[in-house]
Design a protein around this ligand. Structure first.
Ligand SMILES: Cc1cc2nc3c(=O)[nH]c(=O)nc-3n(C[C@H](O)[C@H](O)[C@H](O)COP(=O)(O)OP(=O)(O)OC[C@H]3O[C@@H](n4cnc5c(N)ncnc54)[C@H](O)[C@@H]3O)c2cc1C
Length: 488
């Protein structure tokens, strides 16, 4: 069996693990990073952008959000059901982390708010600029970190209640790692549909759609989840949170859940129905995809349909749309009609154009009740100028009469599944007895229990930001733990 001796052993080379390696390495301790796959970067190489409050970019653009304002918003959103000290630590460090990332070459070009009323806290990476994790890995190597790819961690080692390393497996066989401290940064539980189903009742890939290749094919052969490793070692459990939002399923995924060419499908002037042809919520809710995704998930077949007519398309093109997503434009250059044609030709029927509502029902498998629903909706608007059922704002109420109808099928779609481990503001893993497990730290999605039941889109960019910030905290605190131990 191969044996490796190190000070800080990090499980996972993603958005949390690599910053942890930098912080620990720069404090002079020996660092080894173990990654089950053959590449670094994790689920999204650091994502499109990061949340922060009080940055230079915000000040230059006259966004005057205060840390208190964001903190109060966060605690209110979660009904104080999350660790306030951890949220505070995260918020307090967030602006410094943007400076830190910039100092290593990360380029931020825009501030984006996810929807009208959301905050401009999402610092967007310049289009085409290198991934955050690709820029940070060499920095960690300069600080001495050694990467072990294709090395999967299987069991943590405990001695006298402290974590002292782990055992795992690389391409040549078993590996034993003896470490002063271990940081779990393995990216959450969203690759294991069986685990998420057992914990939450939701089946990824069925009730909730996923990105292609996101799920491990065979749970039996899949790498151990960081959460499983820690639970076996006595860590306290926290509820899992499925980071999800309303989206047209792949291959039509795009900004705000729709292809970049077809932002019309997420506008509040549309009508939205379930498969029974009935409205089930105000279409204005579409602005916050996470909330809309929740509403869709409790409909029959966890499915909904957004419909608008040619007159609405003409308005969107000539007058403009209500929901526009900042500078989010990461798709190719096709125009809308070319996109619709291409999608049809590749055999996808999640987006269709129909001459009549009856034809639309036939194509999409929606109950013909839709015809009555649209008729009642139109009549209510024409008679009272209001929506007596879901109280949609009057400015969004325009009858939908055809002749041409556009329709897209929406599901609840996930970016990943978070939480499971409880950490404190020092990124120390908390045990079932409420005390920390000495030598064991966690960061990123595994430890991300800061939203309650639904992702906080009002403060976008916060998952990767949480990963980077808690990774930095874990690296710093684990190295301090080693230094203190070495001086005793
Ligand atoms: C398409 C997409 C877009 C996104 N965009 C954004 C965005 O714009 N802003 C934002 O804030 N967030 C975004 N996210 C979320 C963000 O990418 C994650 O929050 C972030 O990557 C989490 O970091 P992590 O280090 O916890 O996990 P990861 O970055 O996924 O890294 C975990 C690593 O651990 C490895 N690993 C797992 N198990 C083991 C094991 N047993 N042994 C060894 N290694 C193991 C994995 O292979 C992986 O490389 C996006 C996610 C997706 C999928």
């Amino acid at each position: 069996m191969k044996t490796i001796n190190t000070d800080v052993a990090i499980i996972g080379a993603g958005a949390a693990g690599i910053p942890a390696a930098i912080e620990a390495g720069q404090r002079g301790v020996k660092v080894d990073v173990f990654e089950q796959s053959g590449k670094i970067g994790g689920s999204c190489n650091g994502g499109n952008g990061v949340f922060a409050v009080g940055t230079r970019m915000q000040k230059e653009r006259q966004f005057t959000y205060t840390k208190k304002q964001i903190f109060d918003y966060w605690m209110n959103y979660t009904h104080n059901y999350v660790d306030a000290a951890l949220i505070s630590e995260f918020i307090n460090r967030s602006a410094g982390t943007v400076d830190w990332l910039e100092s290593y070459g990360v380029e931020f070009s825009d501030l984006v708010a996810y929807y009208p009323g959301a905050m401009y806290v999402w610092h967007f990476r310049r289009d085409g600029s290198p991934f955050i994790t690709d820029l940070l890995k060499p920095v960690s190597e300069e600080a001495g970190a050694v990467y072990h790819l294709n090395t999967s961690v299987e069991h943590l080692t405990l001695k006298g209640g402290s974590c002292t390393g782990f055992t795992g497996r690389d391409e040549d066989g078993e590996v034993r790692v003896d470490a002063g401290a271990v940081i779990i940064a393995s990216g959450g539980t969203g690759k294991r549909a069986d685990f998420v189903k057992a914990q939450t009742g939701w089946e990824l890939g069925k009730d909730i759609t996923v990105f292609p290749g996101m799920l491990y094919d065979d749970p039996e052969k899949a790498p151990k989840l960081g959460v499983e490793l820690a639970w076996e070692a006595g860590a306290a459990h926290t509820a899992l949170m499925i980071d999800s939002f309303a989206s047209i399923p792949d291959p039509n995924f795009g900004p705000g859940g729709v292809p970049a060419q077809l932002p019309w499908f997420r506008q509040p002037q549309n009508i939205c129905v379930n498969i029974k042809g009935e409205r089930f919520i105000s279409e204005a809710e579409m602005k916050n995809g996470a909330f809309m995704g929740n509403a869709i998930s409790i409909q029959k077949d966890s499915t909904a349909f957004m419909i608008f007519d040619q007159a609405a398309r003409d308005r969107y093109e000539q007058v403009g749309m209500d929901y526009v997503m900042g500078n989010v434009h990461f798709m190719d250059d096709l125009n809308p009609d070319e996109y619709l044609k291409m999608n049809w030709e590749r055999g996808n029927r999640d987006i269709i154009v129909a001459d009549t509502l009856e034809e639309l029902c036939e194509e999409m498998g929606i109950d013909r009740t839709l015809v009555t629903t649209v008729d009642e909706y139109n009549r209510a608007i024409e008679a009272h100028g209001s929506d007596p059922v879901f109280f949609k704002e009057n400015e969004y109420l325009i009858p939908i009469k055809g002749p041409t109808y556009y329709c897209a099928k929406f599901r609840r779609h996930t970016y990943g599944v978070m939480g499971g481990l409880k950490i404190n503001r020092r990124a120390e893993v908390v045990g079932v007895d409420g005390d920390t497990i000495p030598g064991l730290y966690a960061a990123g999605n595994d430890a991300n229990s800061i939203y309650g039941d639904t992702y906080l889109f009002a403060l976008s960019g916060n998952t990767s930001s949480f990963a980077i910030n808690t990774g930095r905290i874990a690296g710093e605190k684990a190295s301090e733990f080693i230094s203190i131990r070495n001086h005793i």
